[in-house]
Design a protein around this ligand. Structure first.
Ligand code: ADP
Length: 644
């Protein structure tokens, strides 16, 4: 017996013993595998002349034996060799995501649908079966093999007999317990119902031998009082409708049907947030069915994530994930595009240069954007939920393309408004601005609570100007790349371009002319003090200056130049990133009592006091900003000394 890998055992254990109560989906998973296997063979026949299959032979069959307590799912697909049986069914989760999966399942108290979530497909069989037999013959081979496992320790593979290519999966159902009746699946009505519910749109016929009551032929010598007699016969019935769901009009399909299709085909365990159905006719005809997931898959922001839509030509799958159909910033969209205008055996290279495909991609993008805008305006709560999971992609889209996609994406962004205390769009921010405001103010930091307490944020708010509180590491890069925002205005009105300004640095343009002049005068009068303080701090700061942004606090640190303090922090957090520093400025509040103390120390030549106070003020300001102190011990000693 071959042993399962340790990790596989872990997953199997989870699948079988704990978490999943919706056992019936085992059938969906196995039928979906069967359909994939048939797809593979059919596709091969289209691209390889030596492979000849008769389309009428492509089917999936489901049957059961009540007395033997077995259910069999057979397909006429591509089949598996002995090696493939071992490779495909002997290891679960070939990808490196396994640790994540199990950890996550554990973390959530095991109460997650790991099958739906992660598609351990085939293993769903063990939720209902105590033993699973797989008899398979690969297309083109004349040998068949039998794989058998109890789903606990391991499996065996041995030669077997099978007349045609394809795979039979035989489930030996578990014995029923007091709580669970595993025998419920041994019924024609139940199986039919499950096939219809979960696998209605599978492209190949799913057939079952069904009992049918038919009237016996009327005997020739039957008299007038003949009463028809009935008998039960077995007849092969196709259970699924087979018409692809994306070809049907939206009005003819219920939400449940869309959701079931989405969950089955895209292995999600939640209903989608939005469903978009497109039917285009004319110079370019295609059908598309697109879904916006409710939550980001765990690997969305990892390198392994592959975007793309399934591409069909006249119902036949050409490519499972056609990247060209989606821009990177809409990489979360799942769905299907089917166009008869595309030739069947197009290779990847020709696909990339296919103009029709490009045209479809443009329309897909437009449709997705429209749907998102609609959600943003009609159901803000839902959109906020969406944005929480996917907004990062939009910001990255702006940043990574150096602003080229700004026009398309900027109105999909949301930021937290310090004034309105909720998420707002840039357009809403601008709409609420007073006449005399000419910039969009934002602050960057760890949490909105912390940012809201920043002195400079209060100062700007006190002016009547709202501040966007940004807490994501990408925010600043995104806004920096955007540089400015021009809201859409009604025809005839002049569009006003507003620059983004980080409240933590630079000239915020908040002062009146008088205030400016007064500040300049103070700066001049205190040149000596500022020079002395700059000397104390050395290269830590580029200068010490009068602040126009402080009301209550005595001092703050800001940054001059292109690198902000938040960027410095972001670089600091990235392992291996260059040691990039912002040009720091220590700003002092001339209205604050401490300012007079500093002036006094400087005038009386008390250098020791001036040094100590300068260090403490500077370190305090760093703490407020959430920046690390160069020498925390010295700082703490200096504070203690003051307290004595
Ligand atoms: P997934 O279908 O998500 O890849 P599964 O655990 O359901 O994962 O199946 C593992 C692999 O086993 C499949 O990718 C496929 O290669 C193979 N397989 C499963 N069922 C069949 C089948 N009926 N015919 C041929 N190959 C199959």
């Amino acid at each position: 017996m071959q042993q399962f890998q340790t990790e596989s055992k872990k997953i199997l254990d989870l699948v079988i013993n704990s978490i999943y109560t919706n056992r019936e989906i085992f059938l969906r998973e196995l039928i979906s595998n069967a359909s994939d296997a048939v797809d593979k063979l059919y596709f091969k026949s289209l691209t390889d002349d030596s492979v000849k299959v008769d389309q009428s032979d492509l089917s999936i069959r489901v049957g059961f034996d009540f007395d033997a307590r077995t259910i069999t799912i057979s397909d006429t697909g591509i089949g598996m060799t002995a090696d493939e049986l071992a490779e495909n069914l002997g290891t679960i989760a070939h990808s490196g995501s396994l640790d994540f999966k199990t950890e996550n399942a554990d973390a959530q108290g095991g109460d997650v649908d790991i099958i739906g979530q992660f598609g351990v497909g085939f293993y769903a069989a063990f939720m209902v079966a105590k033993e699973v037999e797989v008899i398979s013959r690969a297309y083109g081979s004349d040998e068949a093999n039998r794989w058998v496992s109890d789903g606990i320790e391991g499996y065996t593979i041995e030669p077997a007999e099978k007349e045609t290519h394809g795979t039979d999966i035989i489930l030996h159902l578990k014995d029923s317990t007091e709580d669970i009746n595993y025998g419920e699946y041994l019924s024609e009505a139940t199986l039919k119902q499950l096939i219809k519910r979960y696998s209605n749109y599978v492209r190949y016929p799913i057939q079952m031998m069904c009992n049918k009551t038919v009237a016996k032929p009327k005997p020739e010598d039957a008299g007038d009082d003949y009463k028809p007699e009935y008998e039960t016969v077995q007849e092969l019935e196709t259970i699924n409708s087979m018409i692809p769901i994306w070809k049907r009009r939206k009005s003819d399909v219920s939400d449940e049907e869309y959701h079931e299709f989405y969950k089955t085909d895209f292995h999600d365990w939640e209903d989608p947030l939005a469903t978009i159905s497109v039917h285009a006719e004319g110079s370019l005809s295609y059908d598309a069915l697109l879904f916006i997931p409710a939550h980001a898959p765990f690997d969305l922001y990892s390198k392994d994530y592959k975007k793309g839509l399934a591409l069909y030509s006249s119902n036949v799958l050409i490519q499972e994930k056609c990247e060209e159909l989606l821009p990177d910033y809409f990489n979360f969209v799942r769905g299907v595009v089917d166009s008869q205008d595309l030739t069947l055996n197009i290779s990847r290279e020709t696909l990339q240069h296919n103009n029709q495909l490009k045209a479809i991609a443009r329309r897909v993008e437009k449709k997705v954007k429209q749907e998102l805008v609609k959600m943003r305006d009609k159901d803000r709560e839902k959109y906020e939920g969406f944005f929480k999971d996917f907004g990062r992609g939009f910001k990255f889209g702006i940043y990574s393309t150096y602003g080229m996609e700004k026009e398309k994406l900027q109105d999909l962004l949301l930021f937290y408004s310090a004034d309105q205390k909720k998420m707002v769009t840039l357009e809403e921010y601008v709409a609420a601005m007073p006449e005399d405001q000419h910039s969009i103010y934002y602050a960057v930091g760890e949490s909105t609570e912390r940012l809201a307490k920043m002195p400079i944020v209060s100062t700007v708010l006190a002016k009547g100007y709202d501040v966007l509180l940004c807490t994501e590491d990408l925010d600043e890069f995104c806004l920096g790349t955007m540089h400015d925002y021009t809201p859409v205005v009604e025809e005839g009105q002049e569009a006003k371009t507003l620059e983004f300004k980080n409240v933590a640095g630079g000239d915020l343009g908040l002062e009146t002319q008088d205030e400016k002049e007064a500040a300049e005068a103070i700066a001049k009068q205190n040149e000596g003090l500022f020079d002395a303080m700059k000397n104390v701090l050395g290269d830590e700061v580029t200068k010490v200056a009068v602040s126009s942004r402080l009301t209550d606090a005595a001092a703050c640190v800001t940054a001059e130049g292109p690198v902000s303090l938040e960027m410095e922090k972001a670089f600091y957090m990235q392992p291996g990133a260059e040691d990039i520093h912002a040009d720091r400025v220590l700003e002092l509040n001339p209205q604050h009592e401490i300012f007079k103390v500093l002036q006094g120390a400087n005038e009386s030549g008390d250098t020791e006091k001036l040094e100590a106070y300068t260090q403490i003020l500077y370190n305090n300001a760093l703490l407020v900003e959430g920046l690390p102190l160069a020498d925390p011990v010295a700082y703490s000693q200096a504070v203690c000394k003051l307290m004595k």
